[in-house]
Design a protein around this ligand. Structure first.
Ligand SMILES: CCCCCCCCCCCCCC(=O)SCCNC(=O)CCNC(=O)[C@H](O)C(C)(C)COP(=O)(O)OP(=O)(O)OC[C@H]1O[C@@H](n2cnc3c(N)ncnc32)[C@H](O)[C@@H]1OP(=O)(O)O
Length: 243
């Protein structure tokens, strides 16, 4: 139906507000798709950049081309304290989170499936995540786990900040191999949550490569306001405490 979702030519009885909301939703969905596409291209660029052995003059030319792209993206920037226009903190959409954000250049990105308080995500890592030759950097493993453990705390209705994270590296985490990152809640005590989790390969889920335990603290109102001032509207209502 031509013009059915545009102001003036819309569905019979549709209010201007409804039409505006639908248009905004479509625009937001399109922008998120494009942010995800840019993230995908940047991740491919990262991987190509750390693997390349092209001649030096090609490297120099590409550095100039990338600088030009950076200039384009820098024409309109948000402040550090501003939430990205594509994010929805209450809805858990964080397009630029370095673990789950589809728009983030270093995110695998992980997508967590949640069953009760059990959380599981799968990914493969590349040379952009390398620490020891052919293995994941230990800091990267801790990053994926901190996020997974945080989702387990959130799944136990105790979304909070990490106050302690302990990681035991038992075997190297191989690159280019499907991995499984899991977490679960062990204990909830008021505002505190204890979680544990680990990394295995998909092929050998019973062989722990990395094991972790973390404590999360659900912040009180004053702490939320102190840590995340940008999440409050002019009326002072909290918009959420997501990472
Ligand atoms: C729908 C969408 C779903 C989305 C899912 C999202 C998943 C997200 C996954 C994200 C994953 C990534 C996650 C990340 O990356 S989170 C980022 C990394 N973590 C941080 O940045 C935290 C930094 N730490 C702080 O800001 C402060 O230490 C805080 C604010 C935590 C406390 O600083 P404060 O100055 O206020 O207090 P204190 O230090 O003097 O502590 C004194 C004592 O009081 C206790 N205490 C304090 N506060 C509370 C409280 N509220 N209820 C009960 N008890 C409380 C406290 O334990 C201590 O007791 P004890 O230890 O001595 O016994």
């Amino acid at each position: 139906m031509e013009g059915s979702r545009t102001p003036g030519g819309g569905l019979p009885g549709a209010s201007e507000a409804w039409v505006a909301a639908v248009t905004e939703t479509a625009e937001l969905a399109e922008r998120r798709d494009v942010v995800a596409e840019l993230g995908k291209q940047l991740r491919a660029l990262n991987e190509a950049a750390v693997r390349t052995e092209v001649p030096t003059d090609v490297l120099r030319r590409v550095a100039g081309e990338v600088a030009a792209a950076t200039g384009e993206l820098s024409r309109q920037q948000r402040e550090i304290s501003e939430t990205a226009s594509v994010d929805d903190l209450l809805g858990g959409v964080r397009m630029y989170n370095p673990v789950i954000g589809e728009g983030h250049p270093i995110a695998p990105p992980l997508r967590f499936e949640i069953d009760g308080t059990f959380v599981e995500g799968r990914c493969s890592l590349g040379l952009a995540h390398e620490g020891p030759p052919s293995s994941s950097h230990g800091g990267m493993s801790a990053l994926w786990l901190d996020q997974a453990l945080g989702h387990a705390a959130a799944a136990a209705d105790n979304r909070g900040v990490t106050t302690n994270l302990s990681v035991r590296y038992r075997k190297p985490v191989p690159l280019g191999v499907p991995l499984r990152i899991w977490a679960d809640t062990v204990e909830v005590d008021g505002n505190r949550t204890v979680t544990h989790g680990g990394i295995t390969t998909v092929a050998e889920p019973d062989v722990p490569l990395v094991q972790a335990e973390a404590r999360f603290l659900r912040l009180n109102g004053a702490q939320v306001r102190r840590m995340f001032p940008s999440m409050f509207s002019a009326s002072g209502a909290a918009a959420g405490e997501g990472e």
